[in-house]
Write a protein that binds this ligand. Structure first.
Ligand SMILES: O=c1ccn([C@@H]2O[C@H](COP(=O)(O)O)[C@@H](O)[C@H]2O)c(=O)[nH]1
Length: 224
């Protein structure tokens, strides 16, 4: 299975559709995030589902359990492959999210955003290294009955050792020499896959390339 999910971060349906169509043969799924979903809503998700690839809806829900469960019920008919919440919302919220979503959709939790490092965590009152906080929140996510986590490639080997059948979704993927942008905990596609990633989320290295299909093909080839 091709582990690459291309992150279509645009508010424009036609732009998202054009990139998805161009890279279709080189990726395993589409990742739709807040920029797309706020502009296009469930109708936009249905439109991109017509491309025929699994969809990860990266909405990172974080609210009280009753509200998150209601949001999951609203998203349930979309037939998503993966949807997510923030693990920091707590055990009851995560369990409510899992319960409310159709069983076929994997519900996973964001641990520590890949744009954060130890100094960013200190700013919000979390001491220690990102790996420590990822470990705490991964254990909580597993015990709440979810299907996996979002973390960086730097933490995935240790987390997979502790949760062998978890789904490990890894953003912060950067081919060697590419611009890191706002990401802080990054790895190459090959390193991330070899460390134990289930899904590699790749946005700008593909969508910002002059030829997105060529960029996606090169990343796929680097995994062979
Ligand atoms: O910790 C996280 C969680 C989600 N993301 C999302 O992944 C993509 C990454 O895009 P790039 O352009 O490859 O940086 C983006 O949609 C984020 O919202 C993340 O980066 N880190």
């Amino acid at each position: 299975m091709n582990p690459i999910y291309v992150a279509l971060d645009t508010p424009e349906l036609e732009k998202a559709r054009a990139i998805a169509s161009a890279v279709r043969g080189h990726v395993g799924g589409l990742k739709l995030g807040l920029e797309f979903f706020m502009a296009q809503g469930p109708q936009g998700v249905r439109a991109l589902a017509d491309i025929g690839l699994p969809i990860f809806l990266d909405v990172k829900l974080h609210d009280i359990p009753n509200t998150v469960a209601g949001a999951m019920r609203s998203l349930s008919p979309l037939d998503l492959a993966i949807v997510n919440v923030h693990a920091a919302g707590g055990r009851a919220m995560m369990a409510a999210a899992r319960e409310a979503m159709r069983p076929a959709t994997k519900v996973i939790a964001v641990t520590v955003l890949t744009s954060l490092d130890a100094s960013d965590l200190a700013d919000i009152g979390v001491g220690g290294a990102p790996a420590d906080q990822v470990a705490r929140l991964a254990d909580l996510t597993c015990s709440a009955g979810l299907d996996g986590i979002v973390c960086s490639a730097h933490e995935v080997a240790a987390r997979r050792a502790a949760w062998s059948d978890g789904l490990f979704v890894i953003p912060g993927i950067r081919p060697a020499g590419s611009d890191i942008g706002d990401q802080k905990r990054v790895m190459t596609p090959r390193q991330a896959r070899d460390a134990g990633a289930s899904v590699l989320v790749v946005g700008r290295p593909i969508t910002g390339a002059a030829d997105p299909a060529e960029a996606a093909a090169a990343i796929a080839a680097s995994l062979e």
